[in-house]
Design a protein around this ligand. Structure first.
Ligand code: GCU
Length: 424
């Protein structure tokens, strides 16, 4: 063998790069050591909630910002809320439906469309789930009164999506993920926004996103430590919260932010940064979401930053095949939500998202909840399928089945939220 090829092969194997195979067998998970949550950068041990909030929480937020999702600009942009449509007897009289346009800045040309449902039978402000959707608000229910998005849609086939644009046929096409009637029947409201309003889910879409609101002169894409699409989506969830705080139908102290898969990553990041979210739900969020990345099970940093470079900040890809050098792991993301309630859900066939790694993040975040005298998850082994656990502030289940969000999932989230919000 040529000498240089030999050297190259040696280093490839040594760094586990070129030769890295996708792991889907638990016995192949490499040994790893998680970064300590309760030790500060300067080596101090945290043993009280107050110190956690004062020092360590801020350190972790900074580490996630600089290395994973990118920094979210904190300058406030003026917002304008315009109610565009209200139907006080939607869904056969069960719901009030509202549509709101949120305009960002003065004449920026950037805005997002919110769809809201409230249970008609409940008087007064209601608790609410807020989540982004994948392909326009009209996909969450077949309700003919929902406006169809005019924006670019990533996935979907004709007749529902033609040339990346949604048609009438897309109404209710992802209704299975949303359980609108179940949510309303339990006395909760629902608010949703198309993620593409904030940033189209494409690698070359920064110029069509809310990033432009913050561009410095001449800037065309984020710097390596500046926000990516997940950051933009999470920012949009916080702007939605700005609106919800003004809506008298909503109990703004009881807003749960929720998301599935890539949008579950965004929900976690939104909940980590914005403490106004009273509860956070991650449904099958996987790599870059709830899953521990050091396990390298299923999707890895190398795979995700190659397939979806725009989701994260540029720095994240520097940790491809170098997971152990990342100064944080994703139990830190769950811990950033403490002491607020958090629910992590996996699916038994969703190996790509590493169900066990999702569980372990929640488990290893438990010591931070313990600072507040809350019990987290107590066993290092996940429960079997369809056995929801976690009566206190951390909930978890692994649903039987594949990568999606179902009525079963929603039933658990509603049970957990009812307890967390102490609804009578
Ligand atoms: C891909 C991607 C995941 C992501 C998922 C989704 O499978 O690899 O990281 O969570 O898409 O958003 O459905």
């Amino acid at each position: 063998m040529n000498y240089w090829i030999g050297i190259w092969l040696f280093f490839s194997i040594a760094t586990n790069g070129f030769t890295q195979k996708t792991i889907r067998d638990e016995s192949l998970v490499p040994p790893y050591k998680l970064p300590e949550l309760l030790t500060t950068n300067s080596g101090k041990t945290i043993n009280a909630g107050r110190d956690w909030e004062k020092t360590r929480r801020a350190e972790l937020l900074k580490l996630f910002s600089e290395n994973v999702y990118g920094k979210t600009p904190d300058k406030k942009i003026p917002l304008r809320f315009v109610v565009t449509r209200v139907d006080s007897s939607a869904l056969g009289g069960k719901a009030i439906r509202k549509e709101i346009t949120v305009f960002f800045g003065k004449n920026s040309g950037r805005s997002m469309e919110m769809l809201l449902y409230f249970p008609r039978s409940v008087k007064g402000p209601v608790p609410l789930f807020l989540g982004l959707n994948f392909a326009g608000n009209q996909v969450v229910h077949a309700d003919p009164g929902i406006s169809i998005t005019k924006r670019w849609v990533r996935d979907g086939k004709a007749p529902a999506v033609v040339d990346h644009h949604a048609t009438e046929a897309s109404r209710g096409s992802q209704a299975g993920d949303w359980a609108v009637e179940d949510i309303l029947a339990r006395g909760f409201g629902l608010a949703t926004i198309f993620c593409g309003d904030l940033q189209p889910d494409r690698a070359d879409s920064f110029d069509e996103s809310v990033h432009t609101l913050y561009y410095k002169k001449g800037q065309t894409k984020p710097e390596p430590d500046e926000w990516g699409a997940i950051g933009a989506w999470a920012w949009g969830l916080s702007r939605a919260m700005d609106y919800l705080e003004t809506d008298t139908n909503v109990n703004a102290r009881q807003v749960a932010v929720i998301g599935h898969s890539r949008l579950g990553k965004a929900a976690l990041w939104a909940g980590a940064q914005d403490a106004r979210f009273a509860m956070v739900v991650s449904n099958n969020s996987g790599e870059g979401g709830a899953a521990l990345t050091r396990r390298k099970f299923g999707e890895t940093i190398a795979i995700i930053t190659n397939a979806f470079p725009h989701w994260f900040c540029g720095n994240y890809k520097n940790f491809a095949n170098r997971e152990n050098d990342l100064p944080i792991d994703f139990h830190g993301l769950i811990a950033l939500i403490a002491p607020r309630p958090v629910y992590v859900a996996s699916a038994s066939e969703d190996w790509w998202a590493d169900p066990k790694g999702e569980y372990l993040s929640a488990y290893h975040a438990s010591p931070v909840y313990a600072l507040y005298d809350y019990q987290g998850l107590t066993s290092p082994e996940p429960p079997g399928p369809d056995q929801p656990i976690g009566a206190d502030k951390i909930g978890y289940h692994m649903r039987k089945g594949g990568h999606t969000m179902t009525r079963f999932d929603w039933a658990q989230y509603l049970n957990f939220a009812e307890k967390a919000f102490e609804k009578p």
